[in-house]
Design a protein around this ligand. Structure first.
Ligand SMILES: Cc1cc2nc3c(=O)[nH]c(=O)nc-3n(C[C@H](O)[C@H](O)[C@H](O)COP(=O)(O)OP(=O)(O)OC[C@H]3O[C@@H](n4cnc5c(N)ncnc54)[C@H](O)[C@@H]3O)c2cc1C
Ligand code: FES
Length: 255
């Protein structure tokens, strides 16, 4: 190993965010039938839109959006082996954390339209709290397939967001997709900027809508992540590393 490589390796290891640090679960709060918020006994210097790598030794390490920085909290849907294992953790159990990583949302203007689909609502709650703490207007649209999938609506309301709910089956809120709810808002009372996190098709539809109206938009995209810090290449999409160039990208950007 050259001296340069050695000093770079040392610098990496000495970075507070570079190595997993052990944390304890303080609370595991049920949010819906398959989603919980895990609150940890640590605080993060994180911005809305950033993510952390959560590690359970012997199992896996996966990225999760920061829902709250102080205390650190993550809203996690149980969909597979890792997320189910996180759901089995109780107060006092240990989990390891690296981060925060990635490019956050940057608030533009003072009138913000936030759109969250599925667990993509988690970073939107963090962003809503940040904007409302500065007295800015926040409209939030939360979309889900059906009523039981809706997430963090009360928390957004408590944060001071004007809230719209949409469900594809019409079982709660406005029937249809988030794009159906925001199209009239964009026409009648456009915000300064649009921010969104959620499934890829939802983001693609929002990108088209924003582009058609010339509205600045920042969208948070998901990819398969291993290192989270721009080394392994597993999150590469169209020449970008989504862990460091993203996950939040300004639109227009093609993903
Ligand atoms: C930047 C970033 C931020 C993320 N933030 C969050 C977050 O805040 N909360 C969160 O819960 N997850 C988040 N994820 C996803 C998370 O990292 C894992 O991919 C997820 O927890 C599944 O991991 P697993 O090992 O449990 O299941 P896997 O083995 O990876 O998946 C199990 C099965 O479930 C399917 N699946 C995966 N995700 C979903 C889903 N959402 N709905 C339905 N089926 C699904 C997979 O296709 C697969 O068939 C984020 C991912 C990225 C890249
Ligand atoms: S996750 Fe390794 S380069 Fe992005």
């Amino acid at each position: 190993m050259t001296d340069l490589a050695r000093s770079e390796a040392r610098a990496f290891l000495e970075r507070p965010a570079g190595l997993p640090r052990p944390c304890r679960v303080v609370a595991a709060i049920p949010e819906n039938y398959r989603t919980r918020t895990i609150v940890l006994d640590t605080a993060l210097e994180a911005r809305p839109g950033q993510f952390c790598m959560l590690w359970l030794p012997g199992l896996d390490e996966k990225p999760f959006s920061v829902q709250s920085a102080a205390p650190a909290a993550f809203t996690i849907a149980a969909v597979g082996p890792f997320s189910r294992a996180v759901h089995r953790l109780a107060a006092g159990d240990r989990i390891w954390l690296r981060g925060p990583f990635g490019r956050p949302f940057r608030r533009t203007g003072r009138d913000h339209l936030l759109v969250g689909g599925g667990y993509g609502v988690a970073p939107m709650l963090f962003l809503a709290r940040e904007a409302r703490a500065r007295g800015e207007r926040v409209r939030a649209v939360v979309g889900a397939r059906e009523a039981r999938d809706l997430l963090l609506a009360d928390a957004l309301r408590e944060a001071g967001a004007e809230l719209w709910l949409t469900t594809e089956d019409g079982s709660a809120g406005l029937p249809g997709r988030v794009t159906d709810a925001i199209a009239p808002m964009l026409a009648e009372d456009p915000p300064d900027s649009l921010y969104a996190c959620g499934p890829h098709p939802m983001l693609a539809a929002l990108a088209r809508l924003a582009a058609a109206r010339g509205l600045p938009a920042q969208l948070s995209w998901e990819a398969y992540m291993r290192c989270g810090i721009g080394i392994c290449g597993s999150c590469e999409q169209e020449g970008m590393l989504l862990c460091t160039d993203g996950p939040v990208l300004d639109q227009p950007a093609s993903v």
